[in-house]
Design a protein around this ligand. Sequence first.
Ligand SMILES: Nc1ncnc2c1ncn2[C@@H]1O[C@H](COP(=O)(O)OP(=O)(O)O)[C@@H](O)[C@H]1O
Ligand SMILES: [Mg+2]
Length: 307
Amino acid sequence: MIEVHQLCKNYGERKAITNLNFKIEKGDVVGFLGPNGAGKSTTMKIITGFMAPSSGEARVSGYDVFENPIEVKRRIGYLPETPPLYTDMKVQDYLRFVAELKQVDKNKVAAYVDRALEKTQLTSVRNRLIQNLSKGFKQRVGIAQALVSDPEILIMDEPTVGLDPKQVAEIRDLIKELRGEHTIILSTHILPEVQAVCNKVIIIHQGQIVAQDSIEGLEKMNKGSLVVSVKTRNASSLAESLKSFDGVVSVEKISDMHFKVQLKEQDELIEKIASEVIRSGAGLLELLPTRANLEDVFLKLTYGQGS
Ligand SMILES: Nc1ncnc2c1ncn2[C@@H]1O[C@H](COP(=O)(O)OP(=O)(O)O)[C@@H](O)[C@H]1O
Ligand SMILES: [Mg+2]
C-alpha cells in the first residue's frame, strides 16, 4: 500500500532523512517513533505529497508521490503538525469546505461531514466557531478534516502533542476506533502511544530507521532480554561464578549486595540461578526477573543505552 525506497531529504546542508526503506500494508497501524528532530515530520510530508524528496522514491497504492501527487492526496487524509484550521469558520462549514476541496461527490458531502463529526464526537459543537473550541476539540477538528473524505490512508503527525492527559486518552480511543477502517500512520516521540494503538513500529533516529517490526517482535529482538535482579547479604564471589554459567549474557554489579544478571530468554535458567545463589550460601534476599520492554529497546536504539 505504501512503499518507500532509499528515501532521502536534505534541507540545504542538513540531512533530515537518509535512505529510508519500508513497506506498509493495508490495515496496518504504524507508529513512527523517534525523538524530536528524528525526521518523522519530513517523512510524512513526503509520503503525503506535500514535499518532494531529495532522492529515492515513495509510492502510495502504486502511485509515485512526486509524479502523481493528486492521486496520492486523494487516498490520504493528513493531519499535519499544525492543523490547517480556519478558526473563523464553524466546525461543520470547515469540514464541508475540506470535503469539497477533496472532491468528495457533491451529493455525498453532507453524509461524509456527518460521519466525520460522529467519529470525532464533534456533533454537539458542529455549529461552533473553531476559534472558541478547546485545544483538545481543535485537535479533533484536525482529525475530522483528515477523515472527511473517508480516505484509505490516514496519516497523523503527533496527534496528541500538547494535549492534557484526558484529551490524550480520548484521541487514543478515537484512533483505536479507526483501526480496521483505515491504514494508519502516526508519529510520536512517546513510547506508550505506540504501544497503546499500533501493531507495527518504525523507530527513526537521526534520519535513519534503526528498527522496524511488530511491537511484539521488537520486544523479543532485544536478545538476552531477561534480566534477573538478585539481592543477597554478600554478593562478591557469587557474581563471578554466575558469569561462567551457560546462558548468562552479563552480570552487572550494582553494589556488594545487589547485581543484575542478563540471561538468554530461558525460564529454566532462572531456576539454575536461584539454586546457585542458595548453594553458595550468599544469603538470598530477593530474586526478581524482569523482561525488557519496548522502552528499553527504544532507549537502546536511540540513545545507545538501556537497562
Ligand atoms: N524546513 C526546514 N529547514 C531546515 N531544516 C529542517 C526543516 N524542517 C526540518 N528540519 C530539520 O530536519 C530534521 C528532521 O526534522 P523533522 O522531520 O521535523 O523531525 P521530527 O518530526 O522527527 O521532529 C531536524 O534536524 C530539523 O531541524
Ligand atoms: Mg515532527
